[in-house]
Design a protein around this ligand. Structure first.
Ligand SMILES: Cc1ncc(C[n+]2csc(CCOP(=O)(O)OP(=O)(O)O)c2C)c(N)n1
Length: 334
């Protein structure tokens, strides 16, 4: 049975800067998302968008002050949260959504975007859900083979975890003690299917990792500090060459599967509870203030900095041109 990762976290163990970095990253992720939704509604972005609002804590907590630029991440279709935490410039992400050459793909990204930024270890997204679980075995094996201490962190949903690629991935990672941290973003739903309808494990998705000899934990993914500590232990284990760890991060999405989904399959009381009582930003802000780490004014200044950065990023992405026909031949090798 997976262990519930629960321990009292002490903010005094962290520098003020680190604590404010967690806060500002979560705010940046949320504002990015809210503004992207506005751009979709204004008709400036077409295609599908899967909002990550409500799950900022698990991305900020796992990545900030845990991963280096040369560590790899594989994100899923709800993964702007992770790309932002890994430091991909916001203008490049907006550029991918707008299809302009500012994007990481220099104009190929519109639709469901597949951004990549190898300079920050963001190696791209696989098209079918769960296929990143196979590719991450390759990146982790490459680090091990080259004798580096780089870690691969792979994010996937509960729906992806119901597919077979997870099991092949866990088998090879367990056998070769690969430096992988598996982070299952369990938001309870795969489109409209509840996790209880799609998994044979009775208690936790993390229980599956047990069979492959992989340490596994269930963590409150909306507690940014707890998520940070659980991932830190896993990353350190992987860097020491002791192999993979599986973290099931519990969270909930505030919006439907994609923008336009009426989201009428979720009990409104349950959704209300997650929004009002388990919002990662709201709760963390209250904790920072209660424990006297900073003042309301300091947090307001951080929010304003984010607003300025986002406005500049949108402008840069929007001002860039669409790609010319020559773009078709870039990166074409055969
Ligand atoms: C192999 C495959 N089947 C179906 C789809 C369509 N699809 C896209 S996202 C999704 C649900 C994914 O759910 P989950 O992994 O829990 O992630 P969440 O959307 O909840 O973040 C499905 C079925 C797909 N992309 N690939």
């Amino acid at each position: 049975m997976a262990k519930i990762y629960q321990k009292p976290t002490n903010l005094k163990d962290y520098s003020k800067k680190s604590l404010l970095d967690f806060y500002q990253t979560m705010v940046k992720i949320r504002r990015f998302d809210e503004d992207l939704i506005r751009l979709i509604q204004d008709g400036k972005v077409s295609g599908f968008y899967h909002s990550g609002i409500g799950s900022e804590g698990l991305s900020a907590g796992s990545i900030i002050h845990n991963l280096r630029d040369d560590d790899y991440i594989f994100y899923n279709h709800r993964g702007c949260n992770q790309k932002i935490a890994k430091g991909v410039p916001l203008s490049k992400l907006y550029g991918d959504f707008m299809g302009t050459i500012e994007g990481t793909t220099r104009g190929l990204g519109a639709g469901i975007v597949h951004s990549a930024d190898p300079s920050r270890g963001v190696l791209g997204q696989a098209g079918t859900i769960g296929s990143q679980l196979g590719i991450c075995v390759g990146s982790a094996f490459s680090s091990k083979f080259r004798g580096t201490d780089q870690v691969t962190v792979v994010y996937f949903g509960d729906g992806a975890a119901s597919r077979e690629p997870l099991h092949g991935s866990l088998n090879w990672a367990g056998l070769y003690k690969l430096p992988i941290v598996y982070i299952c973003e369990n938001n309870e739903y795969a489109i409209s299917c509840h996790v209880s309808e799609t998994h044979s494990v009775k208690e936790h998705i993390a229980d599956w990792a047990e069979g492959y000899g992989i340490p596994n934990y269930v963590v409150d993914g909306n507690d940014v500090v707890l998520m940070h500590e659980a991932t830190k232990e896993a990353v350190e284990r992987a860097r020491r060459g002791e192999g993979p760890t599986f973290i099931e991060a519990q969270t909930f999405r505030h919006r439907g599967h994609f923008e336009g989904d009426p989201y009428d399959y979720v009990n409104p009381e349950v959704l209300k509870d997650w929004k009002e009582n388990r919002d990662p930003i709201k709760n963390y802000k209250a904790r920072l203030l209660e424990e006297g780490i900073c003042t309301e004014n300091e947090l307001a200044t951080l929010n304003e900095q984010v607003d300025v950065e986002i406005a500049a990023a949108i402008k840069k992405a929007e001002d860039a041109p669409l790609p010319g026909p020559e773009r078709i031949y870039e990166g074409l090798f055969a």
